[in-house]
Design a protein around this ligand. Sequence first.
Ligand code: SAM
Length: 217
Amino acid sequence: MGTKEVMASVFSGVARVYDRFVSLITFGGIHRWQRRLIELMGERENWLDVGTGTGEVLKKLKSSHLKVGIDIAPEMLRVAKEKCGECHFLVADGENMPFKDKSFDRISLSLVFRHLENQERFLKEAKRVLRKGGRVGLIDIRKFAGNKVLLLLMKTILLPIGLLIFGRDKWEFFIHSVENSFSLEEVEEIFRREGFRRVASETTFFGLVFIFVAELD
Ligand SMILES: C[S@@+](CC[C@H](N)C(=O)[O-])C[C@H]1O[C@@H](n2cnc3c(N)ncnc32)[C@H](O)[C@@H]1O
């Protein structure tokens, strides 16, 4: 299986317990962070949530006219549809979006950016589908000092148990997703190279999580 197929199968497999799991491991923080992300991005007419999962960001929007969520994991979207009747959900890849140029004012990614196969490819697509003054906003896990230790453990001591419980494809996906965390400086640089300027950046949850918003230059 390719990385994206593994990811879709991992998230589809946990769709029914996902909300409870994320609330639990973030001590409910995820809801605060998503509200803060929306506040920093500023609501506008057409909002796209990439890697929408169970649709929690869209559910928190108050005044956006069009609320669209895309994800590569169909089961996550099934849960999302049950939660947000006025939202539109479709199975689609954030790195190759099925939308016309200049369709959206805002694009959010909550806990998704580091999972993308190619961040630059996503940003090129974001640039294409965003209107003038469009913004992209992220919540994600920040690269931190403990990453290297955790990765070493996952590749050595934890490897046999990981392979036994999850199988090779999924365990490698977990390793890949820890390896792929970015520092705020790296995120800002990637956005800058693709023609965005930073509007806001904050850290929370003891510095482990960042919220970052950038606007098309
Ligand atoms: C950790 S979940 C986050 C879900 C939701 N945004 C939240 O904050 O709870 C990551 C989601 O991103 C989706 N995803 C990963 N890569 C994607 C891509 N290239 N295009 C669209 N969705 C993607 C996964 O299927 C998964 O549902």
